[in-house]
Every structure is written in structure tokens, then in C-alpha cells.
Design a protein around this ligand. Structure first.
Ligand code: SAM
Ligand code: SF4
Ligand code: SF4
Length: 359
């Protein structure tokens, strides 16, 4: 994967002082006037699942070369970068992967991030390690969790995750997270037409009255290995129409400007659902997200073809000012709006994999 070295913005090289707070910087704006508010941190490129739309086994097989440990950012490096982003306006940090709960001692990282002022810490997981880890994550300071679940039918779910995990394991994970207070829990279902759309109504029925928020995500052309085709995208408006026929729905206002999921609630008071329509209704104009990859590249778009190398700055002793200037340089040059300009040709571009960059 091509990585662009960031021009060393300041010549000062020194041993980084982890106790120093970064200067409270001004908000950063990109070329389309968007500020940076959400930081997604991928803590591992490994996963115990092989979801067909994310890490197809034909590509991510036994001989796949995952990143060696020394390539991964350490927790101290991650927190140093996160602290600089927070000083530039980031208010939400999401830990992701790969499967983030596979990263050893991830609760220690969460504790370190939770110590940053004024930032919400969330995590996206496939859920199967939550029964073991939910209490530790909560105690470390995690605020909320999002759990992915693509079907309720066990045979279908095992086919989707391609690693023989049963639905029951994920439901246990959701329950463990609820029991320790990591809710309200969002449950993400990626909908692939012809593969798991048959379970939309069952999923809706299951999560009504649960207090969890089920969100339907359009299948996206992330990465270069999931064989994405437009005909396998089920537009969110069809998902809403199908659920509405069984359980009448009405739209509700977003929680905040630029919220990615469009919110709907059951008219009978059974709770709310969301749809994330990244393919059929692009939301690039309000996209305030930046991603830090497992090995310390920053990506200004989920569909980026290259990242910007922060790790080499971190590992050559750059001071906070130099790192901050590098971050500012990348964000201020940002023009991304991939979902607005997607075509069959762009879908074929060699983009970064979701399991590496984090969703
Ligand atoms: N392993 C964790 C999980 O599955 O929740 C975190 C990482 S995963 C890459 C983050 C989210 O991206 C998941 O909800 C997953 O379903 C979603 N995702 C992965 N590939 C996708 C695709 N091609 N289209 C839409 N969503 C996708
Ligand atoms: Fe793993 Fe999550 Fe990708 Fe599934 S979606 S393969 S659980 S990283
Ligand atoms: Fe943001 Fe890129 Fe997605 Fe548009 S395509 S919403 S710029 S991540």
C-alpha cells in the first residue's frame, strides 16, 4: 500500500515528553469547510471472523501476511496522536480494527484515552469477546459499544462470518455489554442483497423493545477484495419500506448535525432504528471523520487509496509541534468526497481494506 511521507513540518527533533499537553490548537478545516471531529483508531488488522464482505477467506487465508507486532503503534504512540487531535477539535474516538478486542490489553488503551478531556470513547466489535471483556472495558472508561450482527438465522450468520461463530455468541456479547452499562448499544447489520436481506424483518422484530438501536448499513465498495457490485446494494429506502410494512415507522430528527445514520422510530413506541446509506445518499458534505491505521498512517477518507505516514515522525522523535503541523497539513489539504462521485470505475480502484483502516 502506497504511503505518503508527511513533510517534516518542523526541524526540531527531541525525545517526546508524554507529560506535555499539546498547545490548544485552533479548529482545523479542510478545503470543503469541514472540521475534524471524529477519530477512528484501528488497533489491529487481525480478526477472528472472515466476513464475506470484509475479509473474504480467499484473500485473508492462512498465509495472509498480517502486520508484525513492531509495525503496530504502541498505546503510548496512539494516545499521543489522539491527544493532538483532541486539541484540534476531535470529540469522539472510536476504537476499531480488525477485531479490536483481539488487541492485547485494549482496556489499558481505553483507560489512557478516557483520561483525555471532553471526548467520548466508543468501540466497534463483532461481540464474541464481550462476555469476557465487557466489565474491564467499562471500568477502564469506555462509554458505549457498537456490535456488528448480520443475521439472526444461525446458518446464514455462520455463512456471513465464515468462521463458524453462532448468533448466540454475539447475542451473549450484547447482553454482557448491556449488563455492565455500555448502552444504549448500537447493532450494525451490513445488508447484502441476495445474501442476508432475507433477515431484515427478523432482525427488526428481535431488537424491537430491546433498548438497542439496530442500524442497517448499505454494503460498500471498501477495499479491493470484497467483489462489490452495485446490484448487491439494497438501498436503505427499501429497508425502511419493508420494515414499515410490518412495524410502522416515522422519521426522527438527527441527534446532531452531520449524524451519519438517518433515524426512524416505531410508531408504537418499540424503540428506534437507523439506516446508513453511504452508497445511495452520500453524506460527504458533513464528513468530519479521520482514521488512524494500525501502523500509524492517517486516512482522510474510508475509500482513500493512500495514507499519510505519522509513525515515522513519531519514531524519529518529532516534537508535538511537528506532529500537530503534520496533522494540520493533511487535514487542510483534504478534498475527499468519494461517495458523491462513486461509479463502477471508482469501485474498481485499489482502495485500502476496511479490516486495516477500521470501519
Ligand atoms: N470487527 C469489528 C466489527 O465487525 O464490528 C470492527 C471492525 S469492522 C471493519 C467495522 C464495521 O464495518 C462493522 O460493522 C462491519 O460490519 C462494517 N463493514 C465491514 N465491511 C463493510 C462493507 N463492505 N460495507 C459496509 N460495512 C462494512
Ligand atoms: Fe472482522 Fe469486523 Fe471485518 Fe467481520 S467486519 S471480518 S468482524 S473486521
Ligand atoms: Fe467521508 Fe469519504 Fe465516506 Fe465521503 S466517502 S463520507 S468523505 S469517509
Amino acid at each position: 500500500m502506497k504511503v505518503i511521507p508527511i513533510q517534516q513540518a518542523a526541524s526540531a527533533i527531541a525525545t517526546p515528553d508524554m507529560t506535555l499537553r499539546p498547545p490548544a490548537g485552533e479548529l482545523l478545516f479542510d478545503r470543503r469547510g469541514r472540521s475534524v471531529r471524529d477519530l477512528r483508531i484501528s488497533v489491529t488488522d487481525r480478526c477472528n471472523f472472515r466476513c464475506v464482505y470484509c475479509m473474504p477467506r480467499e484473500v485473508f487465508g492462512d498465509d495472509y501476511a498480517f502486520l508484525p507486532r513492531r509495525e503496530l503503534l504502541s498505546f503510548e504512540e496512539i494516545v499521543r496522536v489522539a491527544r493532538l487531535f483532541v486539541a484540534r477539535g476531535v470529540r469522539k474516538i472510536r476504537i476499531t480494527g480488525g477485531e479490536p478486542l483481539l488487541r492485547k490489553d485494549v482496556d489499558r488503551l481505553i483507560g489512557m484515552l478516557a483520561a483525555l478531556d471532553g471526548v467520548e470513547i466508543t468501540l466497534t466489535t463483532n461481540g464474541v469477546l464481550l462476555p469476557k471483556l465487557a466489565r474491564r472495558l467499562k471500568d477502564a472508561g469506555l462509554h458505549r459499544v457498537t456490535v456488528s450482527l448480520d443475521a439472526l438465522d444461525d446458518t446464514l450468520f455462520r455463512r456471513m462470518n465464515d468462521a463458524d461463530y453462532p448468533v448466540a455468541r454475539v447475542l451473549e456479547g450484547i447482553e454482557a455489554a448491556r449488563a455492565v452499562g455500555l448502552g444504549p448499544i448500537k447493532v450494525n447489520m451490513v445488508v447484502k442483497r441476495g445474501t442476508n436481506d432475507s433477515d431484515i424483518e427478523a432482525m427488526a422484530g428481535h431488537f424491537r423493545h430491546s433498548g438497542h438501536i439496530l442500524r442497517f448499513i448499505e454494503f460498500m465498495d471498501v477495499g479491493a477484495s470484497n467483489g462489490w457490485k452495485m446490484d448487491e446494494v439494497l438501498p436503505s429506502r427499501e429497508v425502511i419500506a419493508r420494515i414499515d410494512r410490518l412495524f410502522p415507522l416515522e422519521p426522527i430528527d438527527p441527534n446532531y448535525e452531520g449524524e451519519v445514520a438517518e433515524r426512524w422510530r416505531y410508531k408504537d413506541g418499540a424503540g428506534e432504528i437507523g439506516v446508513i446509506s453511504s452508497v445511495t445518499q452520500a453524506f460527504c458534505s458533513t464528513c468530519t471523520r479521520i482514521r488512524l491505521s494500525t501502523e500509524g498512517q492517517i486516512y482522510t477518507c474510508l475509500f482513500a487509496q493512500h495514507g499519510h505516514d505519522l509513525r515515522s515522525l513519531l519514531r524519529t522523535g518529532a516534537e508535538d509541534e511537528a506532529l500537530d503541523a503534520a496533522i494540520a497539513q493533511v487535514w487542510q489539504a483534504r478534498e475527499d468526497r468519494y461517495s458523491e462521485i462513486r461509479t463502477a470505475d471508482t469501485a474498481a480502484l485499489r482502495k485500502i481494506e476496511m479490516s486495516y483502516i477500521g470501519g
